[in-house]
Design a protein around this ligand. Structure first.
Ligand code: NAP
Length: 308
């Protein structure tokens, strides 16, 4: 089968042939991939920094949507032909930038019929990240005031939507070209991060106190975001740059993990339009290297997907 990946960690992304997945064992399924998301996190897999359970040579890709081809024993609730999506890490054999992928069947959930393949393929990682930072790291409660720094990106935008949906007052930072979209996503106030005084402005918007919780989704941004958090509040960063804890603020360094129950809930919200995601670019599997370059340059309004 055709796949896109690397022959060695750190190597160029190439398209090559790989053996078909083996027959699924107990609790496993083979998925025919229709669309697979491309995020700047795939660069960490390409270089070997993010260990996803497989050594190179390997297909990259840690999220996908597709149709079930075969299921192994002990798989409940999935049959061939079902339309599913997931973040199937640790990988069983190969990544998702491939025609077919063997997965832990417990990590995929049904694709809502109203959701396009493109959106379904790019949804799992940013959506699960949004859920985990808000409900687990920030322990978000209705009425909290939350800062989302870097809200103009795909993950940042979903964090804003989900926080607003859960009844938080959201203050966001975004560039001028993303500000209107971030406000529409549910941010009550949007500040331009190019103005270095933005943490001070967040404090002014909260009566000088600071926000209850902050999510940093901008690379290297958490040392600024923490300035806007109230004493004994919470900060979660998704860019691997946790600052020293100060003023009793609890700091979390968050890495997404698969969780089918959370993904199912998020898919319900996506399916009925309470969460929205628009794809920025859809490319062919053969253009995987370009897709990764684009994702790394910043999705700017929508994620990149490969149509397999
Ligand atoms: N730890 C994890 O498990 C995990 C999971 C998902 C994502 N991530 C990481 O989280 C980061 C954000 O992900 P994403 O999907 O939202 O990425 P993305 O879609 O590529 O976000 C790019 C956006 O970031 C904004 N940005 C760039 N520089 C900024 C700055 N200095 N301050 C504030 N915003 C800035 C820009 O928005 P404007 O258009 O507003 O300028 C740009 O459009 C990435 O580094 C990603 O790798 C980590």
């Amino acid at each position: 089968m055709r796949a896109a990946g690397v022959r060695e960690f750190g190597g160029q992304v190439e398209v090559f042939d790989l053996p078909e997945p083996r027959d699924p064992g107990p609790g496993e399924a083979v998925i025919e991939v229709v669309a697979a998301g491309v995020g700047n996190w795939d660069e960490l897999v390409r270089t070997g920094e993010w260990k996803v359970g497989r050594e190179a040579p390997m297909a990259l890709g840690v999220e996908a949507a597709g149709r079930v081809v075969t299921v192994g024993s002990e798989v409940l609730g999935l049959t061939p032909g079902d339309e599913v999506l997931g973040h199937p890490v640790q990988l069983r054999e190969q990544g998702c930038w491939a025609e077919r992928v063997l997965v832990d069947a417990g990590l995929v959930v049904r694709k809502p019929p109203s959701v396009s393949w493109e959106v379904a393929g790019a949804f799992p990682v940013p959506a699960l990240t949004a859920e985990q930072v808000l409900s687990e790291s920030l322990e978000l409660a209705e009425g909290d005031t939350v800062l989302v720094h870097g809200a103009g990106g795909t993950t940042g935008g979903l964090i804003v939507q989900l926080a607003a949906l859960r009844g938080a007052r959201v203050i966001a930072t975004a560039g001028p070209s993303s500000a209107a979209r971030v406000a529409e996503a549910g941010a009550a106030e949007v500040l331009d991060y190019h103005d270095s005084r933005w943490p001070e402005l967040v404090r002014e918007l909260t009566g000088g106190v600071g926000v209850d919780g902050a999510v940093n989704a901008a690379r290297g941004g958490s040392s600024h975001a923490v300035l806007a958090v109230r004493d004994c509040g919470r900060l979660a960063t998704i860019t691997g740059d946790p600052p020293e804890s100060v003023r009793g603020i609890s700091v979390s360094d968050v890495y997404v993990r698969p969780d089918a129950a959370q993904l199912e809930e998020l898919c319900t919200l996506l399916g009925d339009g309470r969460l929205r995601l628009s794809v920025g670019a859809a490319l062919a599997l053969a253009d995987a290297a370009t897709a990764l370059e684009r994702a790394m340059a910043g999705a700017n309004g929508g994620p990149v997907v490969l149509l397999v």
